[in-house]
Ligand binder design. Structure first.
Ligand code: ATP
Ligand code: MG
Length: 390
């Protein structure tokens, strides 16, 4: 019955010149999210986006629930600015929404409309009581609201409001490079980065044959989940086996993790330059493991100039898991394949690695050569979401 989906987006945070940029990006992202469905009209007017529905409300809203920047959506009936047109539409909406009681709630941004909002409420309430069967008004706890919005050119009548994911449209804040493992945390950090409008490239360090082909598939599957929020997702896979071997042969055990992380960050910075990414994004959370003490983070961070965004820095594990489930990554993250880090964690990693000693230990590594070798053998894949699985 509904022919239009009214989409609301975050207006409050939009100031001046940013606004058209934000809106155009949002529209492009919405088009992309719906690109596997039949083409349809989509237009932006008065701070809303209107999406034509082709009897496919469920499919459209399911996809748009993953488009950041959208605050909420309502399937609406559009009518002319005339109570004789609005009233039957209100009745149709009432009949379409289950319940025994209702309340009419009108909004009138268009002040040229001859009736005030309370007058509209009263007239429509009376009309609905007269034309519906056994319905009652309940102004305090109605089973449903029949809402009417009187805009410049049309009126919208609706009852249902579907929440959107909020945030900013992917792409409006720039590009970041997400260091993604097969674990629980980094995909969640990626989700939060996308939600703040970052466009992300993923970077995964892969240690074949220490880690199996299955662990790589797992990371690709996690990127597919991220792609369902960002349209598509580019993943760079960096071979890490030789670097890990060299660390094992040449460095003291207690610093394995610190040095491994420093190598990851150095390579990440080089990949970020290729990708024109302005920041690294990681799933680190303060104090979670030995390499995430403040001292470790400081020593690891020393090797890069780029800002490192750590969206989960203050999150508890259970909070991270909760979002991991909601975003659809958890079942993939808990598949049992090891990633390269778990394999190399010594029993007693240093929790307060002194910078001087770490730097001295690293002198045994051919850092430039190892990096050049890794960077010459990157593999890049572009991952798109499967809309039928959303
Ligand atoms: P995650 O759950 O994301 O694996 P974690 O709690 O296991 O995180 P660490 O293993 O210390 O923590 O990793 C910290 C961060 O380093 C990860 O969140 C991720 O951003 C990055 N990282 C770890 N391993 C890899 C890898 N193999 N490839 C790319 N990035 C990695
Ligand atoms: Mg991990």
């Amino acid at each position: 019955m509904y022919t239009t989906l009214l989409v609301r987006y975050g207006e409050i945070s939009l100031k001046g010149n940013n606004r058209p940029y934000f809106e155009n990006r949002l529209l492009a992202n919405m088009r992309q999210a719906l690109s596997d469905l039949p083409p349809r009209r989509m237009e932006k007017t008065f701070g809303r986006v209107f999406v034509e529905l082709l009897d496919d409300l469920e499919a459209v809203s399911r996809r748009l629930k993953r488009v950041f920047g959208i605050v909420s959506m309502s399937p609406v009936l559009t009518t002319s600015l005339d109570m004789d047109a609005i009233a039957p539409a209100a009745l149709a909406v009432l009949n379409d929404t289950p319940g025994k009681t209702f309340k009419v709630q009108a909004q009138r941004p268009n002040k040229r409309f001859p009736l005030t909002s309370p007058e509209i409420n009263r007239q429509l309430g009376a009309y609905l009581l007269k034309h519906s069967q056994g319905q009652q008004v309940d102004v305090h706890h109605p089973d449903r609201l029949v809402q009417v919005e009187i805009r410049e050119k049309e009126a919208y009548v609706f009852s249902r409001t579907i929440p959107g994911p909020g945030g900013l449209p992917v792409g409006v804040t720039g590009r970041g490079l997400l260091l993604i493992s097969g674990g629980i945390d980094s995909p969640v950090a990626g989700y939060l980065g996308l939600k703040r409008g970052l466009e992300l490239t993923g970077l995964h360090f892969y240690s074949f044959p220490f880690t199996s082909e299955r662990s790589k598939e797992k990371v690709i599957d996690l990127c597919r989940v991220l792609a369902s929020y960002s349209g598509s997702f580019r993943l760079v896979i960096a071979p890490f086996t030789e670097i890990q071997k060299s660390i094992r042969q040449n460095c003291p055990q207690e610093f394995y993790v610190t040095i491994m992380r420093r190598m990851m960050f150095r390579i990440a910075q080089a990949v970020a330059a290729n990708e024109k990414a302005l920041a690294l994004v990681t799933g680190e959370s303060l104090g979670q493991v030995a390499s995430q003490t403040l001292q470790s983070i400081a020593v690891i961070n020393k090797v890069v100039d780029l800002p490192v965004l750590r969206p989960l820095v203050a999150w508890d594990k259970n909070e991270i898991i909760e979002l991991s489930r909601r975003m659809g990554a958890y079942e993939i993250s808990i598949r049992p394949y090891d990633d390269c880090c778990t394999l190399f964690v010594p029993r007693h990693p240093a929790t307060k690695p002194p910078l001087g000693r770490v730097e001295a230990a690293e002198k045994k590594l051919a850092i430039e050569e190892l990096m050049a070798d890794c960077l010459a053998n990157l593999e890049t894949i572009t991952i798109t979401a499967d809309p039928t699985e959303l």
